[in-house]
Write a protein that binds this ligand. Structure first.
Ligand code: HEM
Ligand code: HEM
Length: 402
């Protein structure tokens, strides 16, 4: 029989129970394996498979959970087998309701975290990786990650209590609790109703867990590595202005870089950098020196990898410097010089557009670098995980200094 009665779980309820149980246990296992796998060149491809499988399974749980809940509200819930053991019955039912919450909150928080981050492991499906109304935002990803992480603990404890309870009924009580769920056995006295306290307790538990996770995520971390600082392109100690031509002071700007990771574009940026610029409009010549604080780089979910020894190696090289001469030919500008990054100096020419209105100059430029020139990502010998080309884009406005 497809449907439930007061003393029996129908086929559909049992299908939902066991399919979700299996997938949840798989998602937990993969989440824990992923969490405990070191992140480096040797493991990145494996990690991608682990997390893509984790996310795809999690989304499947969400779909089944919505169908399960839709079905459950139309069905009677089989009565407790030992209503006289009031505390035990209440505990079992609180756990059931808490698990219902978990099969929604775990995948939803995971999905929001995934949609608000850039890159790394995609969900294996053709419907896109973003979510409407979820912006790409470190703060959103951090909050959703906090909910996901704390809810994981609720699920460990409730699943352990739930499985422990099922085993206790099977081994100690030797009653029909497990058989009711596994074989659809009919058992129990149809008379006793369910108490109303259990759903209230479970909802209370989830409100507390969500409150703690979101409140904790809203407190600025003392270690700033997880939060991108507000962009401050002007450093506290400005780079000495190159000589020759009038000086320009940077007011505002963005320094971003884009790489292709696992076939998908990921954009990162440097929050803190300073530029000293001289430029003579009459001759179209000048000079520029840009100092970049590489410790302020962010690159979606792989910021820590990018900062690590294999790539920007920010612990050893916290500053990158671009020093170049500016020339103008037929109205087109070039900044030709050298870029020193991760201890390697390479000639770089940046073509850029410049518009000057009164005392305000606006420039934007883009250049494609090759990470191999800077000995970055030696362990990623081909482009399957991280592309060779890195597109660096800069936009800024500057005012003529007095
Ligand atoms: C049934 C649903 C799910 C369960 C039970 C689950 C469980 C877990 C567990 C136990 C972890 C490891 C613990 C931790 O890192 O805090 C984890 C991590 C993670 N999960 Fe899930 N998850 C589910 C669904 C999803 C979905 C649908 C997504 C994304 C679409 C997702 C994305 C992630 C990510 C990105 C991490 C790594 C977090 C980090 O290292 O910061 N999860 N999950
Ligand atoms: C091997 C693992 C599991 C076993 C042996 C097991 C066993 C059982 C049993 C025997 C029942 C019936 C309890 C009763 O009639 O009072 C039950 C119900 C339930 N189980 Fe599990 N379970 C397992 C895993 C899970 C997991 C991972 C979830 C997470 C969603 C879950 C969620 C539920 C819920 C919500 C109920 C209440 C009945 C319903 O509304 O479908 N179970 N389980």
């Amino acid at each position: 029989m497809l449907t439930n009665t007061a003393t029996r779980y129908g086929t559909l309820a049992r299908f939902f129970h066991w399919s979700i149980a299996l997938l949840i246990l798989a998602a937990i296992g993969l989440g824990l394996i992923g969490d405990n796998t070191p992140r480096n060149a040797d493991t990145v491809a494996r990690l991608q498979t682990i997390y893509s499988a984790h996310k795809t399974i999690g989304i499947t749980v969400l779909l089944l959970a919505v169908l399960r809940i839709g079905w459950a509200v139309t069905q009677p819930r089989p009565v407790p087998l030992h209503p006289e053991r009031r505390a035990e019955t209440l505990a079992a039912e609180v756990v059931h309701w808490a698990l219902y919450g978990a099969i929604l909150i775990m995948p939803l928080s995971g999905w929001v975290m995934h949609a608000s981050e850039s890159g790394f492991a995609p969900i294996w499906w053709p419907f896109g990786q973003g979510l409407p109304f979820v912006p790409k935002s470190d703060a959103v990803a951090h909050a959703a990650g906090a909910v996901h992480g704390l809810s994981a603990w609720v699920i460990y404890l409730t699943v352990a209590a739930h499985i422990g309870g099922a085993l206790k009924h099977q081994i100690i009580d030797k009653d029909a609790t497990l058989a009711r769920m596994s074989h659809g056995r009919d058992a129990g006295d149809a008379a006793p109703p369910h108490g109303r306290a259990a759903p209230v307790f479970a909802v209370g538990l989830w409100i507390i867990v969500l409150g703690v996770a979101l409140f904790g995520a809203a407190i600025p971390p003392s270690d700033t590595s997880t939060e991108a600082p507000a962009p401050t392109p002007i450093a506290t100690t400005p780079t000495a202005a190159p000589t020759g031509g009038p000086a320009w002071e940077v007011q505002d700007g963005d320094l971003t870089f884009a790489v292709t990771q696992m076939g998908a574009p990921v954009v990162g940026n440097f929050a803190t950098w300073s530029a000293a610029i001289t430029y003579d409009e009459a001759t179209g010549t000048g000079a520029v020196t840009v100092d970049i604080d590489t410790t302020t780089l962010t690159l979606g979910s792989v910021t820590d990898n990018a900062k690590g020894a294999e790539f920007f190696n920010v612990a050893a090289y916290s500053t990158a410097t671009f020093a170049a001469d500016i020339t103008r030919t037929d109205g087109a500008h070039l900044a030709s010089g050298t870029l020193t990054l991760a201890g390697v100096t390479v000639p770089v020419t940046l073509p850029f557009e410049l518009a000057i209105a009164g005392d305000v100059a606006t420039m934007s430029g883009e250049v494609v670098l090759d990470r191999r020139d800077f000995a970055m990502g030696a362990g990623y010998a081909d482009e399957s995980t991280v592309g060779f080309g890195v597109t660096v884009a800069v936009t800024l406005t500057a005012t003529r200094a007095d």
